[in-house]
Design a protein around this ligand. Sequence first.
Ligand code: ADP
Ligand code: MG
Length: 697
Amino acid sequence: MDKVSEIYGSLVFDDRVMKDRLPKNVYKAVHDTRTKGTHLQLDVANVVAAAMKEWAIEKGATHYTHWFQPMTGLTAEKHDSFLSPQADGSVLMEFSGKELVKGEPDASSFPSGGLRATFEARGYTAWDPSSPAFIKDGTLYIPTAFCSYHGEALDKKTPLLRSMDAVSKSAVRVLKLLGRDDVTHVDTTVGCEQEYFLIDKEMYKKRKDLLLCGRTLLGASAPKGQEMEDHYFGVLKPKVAEFMHELDTELWKLGVPAKTKHNEVAPAQHEMAPIFETANIAVDHNQLTMEVMKKVADKFGYACLLHEKPFAGVNGSGKHDNWSISTNTGENLLDPGKTPAENKQFLIFLLSVIAAVDDYQELLRLSVATAGNDHRLGANEAPPAVISVFIGDELAAVLKSIEDGEAYNSEGAKQVSWAHVLPHITMDTTDRNRTSPFAFTGNKFEFRMPGSALSMAQPNLALNVAVAEELDKVYEELSSVPSDKLDSAIDELLRKMLKEHKRIIFNGNGYTDEWIEEAEKRGLKNLKSVPDAVPFLVSEKVVDLMTKHKILTKEELESRCEIFLENYNKKLHIEALTMTEMTKKDVTSSIIAYSNAVAEEAGRKLAVDGGAGKYEKKILKALDEKEEAISEKLSKLEEDTRKAEGMSDVLEAAKFYHETILSDMEDLRKDVDEAEKLVPEEYLAYPTYGQMLFSLR
Ligand code: ADP
Ligand code: MG
């Protein structure tokens, strides 16, 4: 293997390359744009473009693309070649500053949720110099934001970048109050732990539900599931280990800091965790990770499943959003240090995050609301749909002492001194409380609700803007306090914040019914589904927050709300149609084929010695019964699907899909799966759960 240090970032136009290839003043201009957000002049862009082109061609690239993240949640790209044919028949490789900074994909083919009607169809992509360009498959990829000509955001990156600015502005002001004049900028840092399934590609191709919907809509559970817990951290299968090695290598080349790999709880499930990076880059890198996973899987004869719930009855896949804030001086603002009880700066930031989660529960919840994730949240494998914050017993004791206005006694009966506590907090997994949707894990928060396929721009933008708002409240409370009274004013404020927001803190088991009841009593929101959660995007509270911090306008939020609901309806519509088709064709033909074989055997027995074929009759009767039930339930699903198709109001349709279509599908599935259990594998039109989940080598 090549040395990691040699391949790492070898396909990235990163800071090293820029320093090496750009004139000093140009390098500085780009650096300032990246770190301070200053505007880049066209002459500077021209120089950068030329250097980028040269570098890319040396690496074998012939094309470039503006890579962006439209509202589909996927990434999009439009490839252009560097080639510029000349009058004399020769060809030049060209790439100008203008082509670097601005592109014009046809915006009309991407969802804009009504913005297109109000504004022009044309949109443009704008270079995001804060995320480095890279080469993939012979193409130079330039990360870009995607906006309409009037400046409305048509993508997920634009609001994320704005939210990062918002946190920075708000945090710097608060830090200044605390005497921290050295800090001029803060960045939110993010590490996305990505879960995924690998199954055999040939089996994958035989399942229309996986091909079209990403999840199995039918399928009886295998005799063995995940109950043996022998997969988690188990020994990797040799070919899977090879896959992971190649995945790491490909990611490293792209500058994605992939770090750990292990098996997850469910059979055939795995996880990749990168080392954290600046939010925007981490989000781009997570999108890349998902693409590379699929590509490498394909090469190994696997299909990589990123759906949140590919298999019923088996744990689904999530994506933990590890989140913190760090200063331009390299300090993690959520690091408690050795004496957190005295670390006012830490406590202010800690409580601001807690307050943000409490005040903006709905926003956080809706930021992870997708059709796939609805199957996961609250299903005793992932956090419930209710948001709460876990801080652990030790930090809870610190906060309690603040609330009671007493000095924190680190030598008290129940408390251990912080020096002992710290490794405990960062390392003891029992203390992690895996059931919490939002957990403090030593020096960062871990938001565990996002589903495996989600664009991480969403939860991070939600968190950023909510925290910015709470920091602004802190600033307003403290900004006019004379410096000699600041300390006691901070204590007073922390106490007030704690009193106001302690309802969101919960250190117990989030999977229990008692907690859901208790949460309701505390007034916490339990938004179970997409149609429950997404409409809060246009609630007054969220609109006020987003407009105040200049993240998204009311119109942009309305359009996003519509896009999310529309996406949900489309997904469920496809699922309903796929299930209908599979039942009609695959399931029915399997049952008939097997029934015929059984009938034939009964006939043989009759011919041989007039035998009654009792056993065969029993099978045939059971199959007939199932067929009848299936046909009845299928009719209901088809009828309701037609009803849904006739609905013009997106929210009304979403509710109908959630309440009626999904339960129709569940009803139908029960009978189909029972029929599947009666039919031998050679008669089945699609591979079973057992085959898919336990056949990896
Ligand atoms: P686990 O949660 O699985 O026990 P770790 O605690 O090692 O794993 O870290 C999980 C993730 O948290 C990693 O992706 C890591 O890079 C990320 N992480 C660590 N520190 C920070 C931070 N300050 N900001 C954001 N993410 C972080
Ligand atoms: Mg984790």
